[in-house]
Design a protein around this ligand. Sequence first.
Ligand code: LLP
Length: 428
Amino acid sequence: MSATVLPGHPQVARSAGTLHVEGCSLAALAREHGTPLFVYSRQWMLDALAAYQRGFAGRDAMVCYAMKANSSLGVLRVFAEAGCGFDIVSGGELARALAVGAEPSRIIFSGVGKSRAEMRQALAAGIGCFNVESEAEIDVLNEVALAEGRRAPISIRINPNVDPKTHPYISTGLKGNKFGVAHDRAVATYRHAAGLPGLEVVGIDCHIGSQITEAAPYLDALERVLDLVEAIEAAGIPLRHLDFGGGLGIDYSSPNDRQSPPAADALWRQLLARIDARGFGDRKLVIEPGRSLVGNAGVCVTEVLYTKPGEDKNFCIVDAAMNDLPRPAMYQAFHAIVPVAGEGEPAPVVYDVVGPVCESGDWIGRDRALAVQPGDLLAVLSAGAYCMSMASNYNTRGRAAEVLVSGEQARLIRQRESVEDQLRSERA
Ligand code: LLP
C-alpha cells in the first residue's frame, strides 16, 4: 500500500485514502474512541529524543523531558522507558513522574513558586536538583531542608536577558520576565546560597523561552551563562552541571510563516563547539526540552458538526474547542488542519474552523480552504505539546480521549472524561 507522508509531519501519512499515524487509521480510531481524540506516535517521540542523544553522543548529559508539554502517563512512560529524566514544575508533576517509575535522581524541579509542601515532597523523593529562581526561595528551601534533616541540591536559574524572538507570552529570558535571577545579581546570589547549610550548590540553569526557531538566541545565552560560570567559580563555588533549559521549536507548517527550527543534533553540535572552545566541555550537561519531544508526535481528530455561511466569513464548526486546543486562542498559534479522508466533494470553501464554546476566541484555524461537510473528520496537526496538558473543562466539556500508537498497535492511554468525573469533587 503506497503512503504519502504529509510534508513536515513524517508521522502522518495518507494511505488507502485516509490519514494514518504510523500504521493506524485515524478514521478507524475515531470510530472506536469517538472525537475529539488525540493520537500520538510513539516512534516520533523516540526519534525526537534520539536526535538529542546523537547531539550529546560521548558526553555526560541528561535529557529531562519538560512534562508540562504533555504529562499524560502513557506519554511519560515512553520517555521513562527510554531512560529520560524529567523536568517538573509542581508536586502533581512529581507524582506523575514517580507513577511511571522515573529515577528520582533524574528529576529536576523548575518554577518560580514552589510551595513548602512541594519542597518537602521533592526532598523526600530524593530528586536530583531544585532549579531555584530567587533569594527568597533559596532561604525557604534552606529552612525546609534543615527541618527535614536534608541538604537540597540546587541550581540557580539566571536570567540572561536575551531575546528568544518568539511570542511574548512564551519568552522567559528577558529582563522584564518574572523568571530567574538577574544576571547582575547572579554571583551575589550564588555566594549567599553557598553559605547556607541546608543547600548544596550543584549547577547553573537558564531557559530563555519556547518555540525558538533560530540558533542565535541560544548562542547568545550560552556565552552569557559561561561568563557567569567563570565568575561564580572564581568566587570559589564549583558548578558540576550546566542546564540550558528547553525551548527548541517545531515546524507547525504554517504556509504564511514557515518555521524551520534547527534539528536538535545540529543545534547541539554548534553549542558544544562553543562550550568546548571555552573550556567547559568536561561539565555535565542538562537540558529540559518539552515541545520538541512531543509536539509533532500528536494530532487531534475532530468531527465537523455544521458548516455555516456568514456575511463576512464561513464557519466550519467542529467538536473540538479551545478547551481541547487552547493555543490558537491564547497565542494566535497556527495548527495545520487537514481532512482525514482527503480532499473530496464538495469543492473547497474558505472557513474559520471554530469550536462549540461560547466565545469568539474559540477558534482553531482561520481562513482555511477545506472541502468538508458535516460528519467529516479533520486532523489538527502538531497537537502533541501544550494541548492536552493545557486542556480545561470550560463549558463543562470533558477532556478528550488519548491514544498512543506504535506501528499497527493503538492503546487508549486516557479515557474520555465523563460528566460524572467532572461533578465528582463538587458539592451543591
Ligand atoms: N524549562 C522551563 C523552565 C520551562 O519554563 C519550559 C517551558 C521548558 C523547559 C520547556 O520548553 P519547551 O522545550 O517546551 O519549549 N504553552 C506554551 C508554551 C509554554 C512554555 C513554558 N515553559 C505554548 O503552547 O506555546
